[in-house]
Unconditional design. Structure first.
Length: 256
């Protein structure tokens, strides 16, 4: 079974689109945990009515009754409810192609990997593609320890094979929480890249919605410090680092 955790602030129109993209998935065995952050009981009641709209998938609704930005806690609450072998995440303003999960899970099985991912499509208000992210980047550990190229809706994990200590989000983070979560997994576990763009990440302006909001609130610097301090605790062994650099020189490293 695939468990998908969907975060929402109660935008029913956006959530319907996200759930519909899951509902038409070519991967059949899916459960969805929708985590609503907010204190409006009427909105939460309306959200739960969507269970009758999307009957092909199992949907469970849970509420985090707060006005604070607790995006990381929302994901942890969702993970407490999962029962699948595979785990994915999807925010309510993002969506995926019908073959997205099937592609990633097939790649996990075929390669015996713990993490499968692809490169995301960036879309704007009109749902048209905005740009081509990470073009030309090396998709390896040397890049990932410095910069994120895997968005929250573009990967699937086999949770049975992942170190359980890695399966928790840092609740101090309201920025780059998915990157900090995924960083030790990418460095310590086997991953496989799927060269088909089947995930769609919504950005209203030219930068991440969360990054823009955080800048307005003046918290970006403090959040970056948490991320940088955590990154310092992670190391790529010297021999592995040499081999990674050699692979780049020999043209063996996958590029976006």
């Amino acid at each position: 079974m695939l468990s998908i955790i969907v975060r929402t602030l109660g935008n029913i129109k956006m959530l319907k689109r996200a759930l519909q993209s899951i509902n038409v998935s070519t991967y059949a065995n899916i459960e969805v945990i929708v985590v609503y952050q907010g204190k409006n009981n009427t909105i939460f009641t309306d959200l739960k009515k969507l269970e009758k709209v999307f009957k092909r998938i199992q949907i469970k609704f849970i509420s985090n009754s707060t006005d604070k930005d607790e995006r990381s806690k929302n994901l942890n609450l969702g993970m407490q409810e999962i029962s699948g072998t595979y785990l994915a995440f999807l925010d309510d303003d993002d969506y995926v192609a019908p073959n997205h999960y099937n592609n990633l899970i097939s790649a996990l099985k075929k390669s015996n990997s713990e993490l499968a991912y692809n490169i995301v499509n960036i879309v704007g208000k009109d749902n048209n593609l905005k740009n081509t992210p990470f073009k030309g980047w090396y998709l390896d550990k040397l890049t990932f320890i410095k910069e994120n190229f895997i968005t929250i809706n573009s990967f699937v994990l086999n949770v049975n094979l992942i170190d359980k200590s890695f399966l928790k989000f840092n609740e101090k983070l309201v920025l780059a929480e998915d990157y900090v979560f995924l960083l030790p997994i990418f460095l310590k576990h086997k991953s496989v890249y799927v060269n088909e763009k089947t995930s769609f990440y919504y950005i209203e302006n030219d930068q991440s919605n969360s990054f823009e909001t955080s800048d307005e609130l003046g918290i970006r610097a403090a959040q970056f410090k948490i991320m940088k301090d955590f990154r310092k605790t992670l190391k790529i062994p010297l021999i592995e680092k040499i081999n990674l650099k050699l692979n780049r020189i020999l043209g063996k490293t996958i590029r976006a």
